[in-house]
Write a protein that binds this ligand. Structure first.
Ligand code: VGL
Ligand code: ZN
Length: 202
């Protein structure tokens, strides 16, 4: 079984959003075209409580994109984004959502960030996604969404560690930082992940 994992295709990560990923909107047509080619489509949502500690607004003397130590982990401080229940946390209206069978929400604990769809950044708590995929006999996971150098990258690392044959669909993702994405791709390759283009699946 092959699963398509759609990471955080939410308004706040799209142009005009609170933490907009450059050209993030350009992946949506690609993702919509890909969906019918998969047995299973799963999505994640970044889903933060309003006082989440990854928000710079929660730290009096800190600026957005500064790095701090949060409960023992290095943490980039973000603009407030994907606050649960707000329009910014909703999927893009352009995203085809009818084929999505399950949605895994993450970043719900205010004390720890969660880039991956599988675990929080400290690998303390699982979302249940790996067991869900195994329960559906999934062996291959194809990853698309936003942002390439954060939530997509961390999800791929965890998928590989969980033993899935894991593919990054490069033209179905966009990064916050192009340099960060180059490093992420090299690391994905080194860990045994594959980097492909959507055309190989259509
Ligand atoms: C993300 C930063 C903060 C992402 C989520 O979806 O890549 N990035 N929260
Ligand atoms: Zn977030």
């Amino acid at each position: 079984m092959k699963a398509l994992l759609l990471i955080d295709i939410q308004n706040d990560f799209l142009p005009g959003g609170a933490l907009a990923v450059p050209e993030g909107d350009q992946i949506i047509q690609v993702v919509n075209q890909l969906q019918p080619h998969f047995d299973l489509v799963i999505a994640t949502q970044d889903w933060h409580p309003i006082l989440h500690k990854s928000f710079a607004s929660q730290h009096s003397d800190k600026q957005v994109f500064e790095t701090i130590n949060l409960n023992g982990l290095e943490q980039v401080l973000w603009p407030d984004h994907c606050v649960r229940g707000t329009p910014g946390a909703e999927f893009s209206q352009v995203l085809e959502t009818n084929r999505i069978e399950a949605i895994f929400r993450k970043g719900t604990n205010p004390e720890i960030d969660s880039y991956s769809g599988f675990y929080d950044n400290g690998h303390r708590k699982s979302t249940g996604l790996a067991d869900y995929l195994r329960g559906k006999q999934v062996r291959q996971v194809f990853v698309a969404g936003l942002a390439a150098d954060y939530c997509v990258y961390f999800s791929i690392k965890d998928a590989l560690q969980e033993g899935f044959k894991t593919y990054l669909i490069e033209d179905a993702t966009r990064p916050i930082s192009p340099e960060g994405f180059e490093k992420a791709k090299a690391d994905i390759h080194n860990r045994g992940g594959k980097i492909i283009q959507s055309g190989a699946l259509l």
